[in-house]
Design a protein around this ligand. Structure first.
Ligand SMILES: [Zn+2]
Length: 417
């Protein structure tokens, strides 16, 4: 290569770097719901630069720099990107993260035993390559029975291994599945929780039964990643959750999806649902899956769990326990826990349970970012945080289903397409 062509390449590279850094996008005259719980603010301008919200405020006070790309959002609504604090990605993550992002989910978790590829992707994302939703992982999920993981010493060693392998959180799965499965012992769970605390890691527990929730809260867990679904909670336990700053994720959509396909709901023909799965998968859903759920011996139990989840969610919310948004979407494809769609249906179910649209928006922004320990960077729309946000055609405060009217998804300040 000659001297001149090297110089041209160098100059071009420098120019690209400079223009990328200086590229400002201005969203002007939008109505903004920032996720803090504050009322919607009309006629706001948001300046996005280098992946962040560089400035934000009344359009009359924010000067749009010369050369900025300007989008007039008069009549449109801006909300934070959806954070799914209970999701599953697993193998072949990229198309799944892309699907989440297209539905407006800008951050998800993956909470089973996750391949190393997820850690690699997460690191790429931190360097700025965003081909889909941001992802955080538990790396491994403790669940009984596992002959290699029995003693407290084994539990502690495994926690060390998860942390060394790049796990963001430590998760235990405590569920007897109606007596069909051996649960993790209290002693084992206590060792996991204690070792996680030594590493400063946030802890999560899958629970179903009230007794298990009480046990693991006693052992210091930070998040219940499902609601209690066998009994209504009492005021004492709810007060304990609040005092100990334990957060709860109610996965109502998951509970509904255990039986609703058997009832052939109209929404499975809605284009908004249809875009989340292939024609082949839809055909299976309408035949084999429908049959199975309609004749499921667990049908009554599943419906009851769904109703109890709703009651407990409303109680927790009214008492001021932190509610974080999550769905359990993804995982085994045969579950038909459709990534992206699930998050929107979950919002509607939370409103059916008695929460306001504002509380739902807070749950997927402020609440979810706080429980995952990422609220310095993500969650609410505030100057300095990541520019992960959605532009909507209609006001979600009037009807939470308007969260579906997505005109644009901005992920790290760039329009995701
Ligand atoms: Zn799950």
């Amino acid at each position: 290569m000659g001297k001149t062509s090297r110089l041209v390449i160098l100059t071009t590279a420098l120019w690209l770097a400079t223009s990328a850094a200086a590229q400002v996008t201005a969203l002007t005259h939008a109505t903004v719901i920032d996720g803090t719980g504050a009322a919607a603010q009309r006629d706001v301008t948001i300046l996005m630069e280098s992946g962040r919200i560089q400035d934000m405020g009344p359009s009359s006070k924010i000067a749009v720099p010369a050369g900025a790309g300007v989008l007039d959002l008069s009549g449109k609504f801006v909300v934070p990107g959806i954070i799914n604090a209970h999701g599953h990605v697993g193998a072949n993550p990229e198309p799944q993260l892309r699907q989440y992002a297209l539905y407006g989910v800008t951050t998800t978790t993956s909470m089973a035993t996750d391949p190393d590829e997820i850690v690699r992707l997460r690191e790429e994302q931190k360097r700025g390559t965003l081909r889909g939703a941001r992802v955080l992982t538990v790396k491994h999920r403790f669940m009984g029975p596992d002959p290699k993981l029995v003693t407290p010493e084994q539990a502690r060693a495994k926690v060390d291994e998860i942390v060394a392998g790049g796990g963001d959180f430590i998760k235990v799965w405590i569920d007897g599945q109606g007596g069909k499965r051996a649960k993790l012992t209290r002693e084992f769970c206590a060792a996991v929780m204690d070792q996680a605390r030594k590493h400063g890691k946030i802890t999560m527990a899958h629970v179903y039964e009230y007794a298990d929730a009480k046990m693991i809260v006693d052992e210091g867990v930070n998040i219940l990643v499902h609601n209690v679904r066998d009994q209504e909670m009492d005021a004492d336990f709810i007060a304990t959750l609040k005092r100990r700053n334990v957060s709860v994720i109610s996965t109502l959509m998951r509970e509904e999806a255990l039986f609703v396909y058997g009832e052939a709901p109209a929404w499975i023909d809605d284009p908004f649902f249809r875009k989340g799965l292939s024609a082949e998968r839809l055909a299976i859903l309408k035949t084999r899956k429908r049959e199975e759920q309609a004749n499921d011996p667990e049908l009554a139990r599943n419906k009851r769990a769904f109703e109890i989840d709703k009651i407990n969610l409303k109680k927790l919310s009214d008492a001021g326990v932190r509610i974080a948004f999550g769905t359990d979407s993804g995982g085994d494809p045969y579950r038909f826990f459709i990534q992206g769609f699930f998050e929107h249906r979950q919002m509607e179910l939370m409103v059916q349970a008695g929460l306001t649209p504002m509380q739902v928006i807070q749950a997927f922004s402020k609440g979810a970012s706080e429980v995952l320990g990422i609220d310095q960077e993500f969650g609410t729309l505030v100057r300095g945080k990541a520019a992960d946000l959605l532009v909507l055609e209609k006001n979600p405060l009037d009807n939470i289903a308007s969260m579906r009217t997505i005109q644009a998804v901005y992920l790290g300040g760039g329009k995701f397409e």
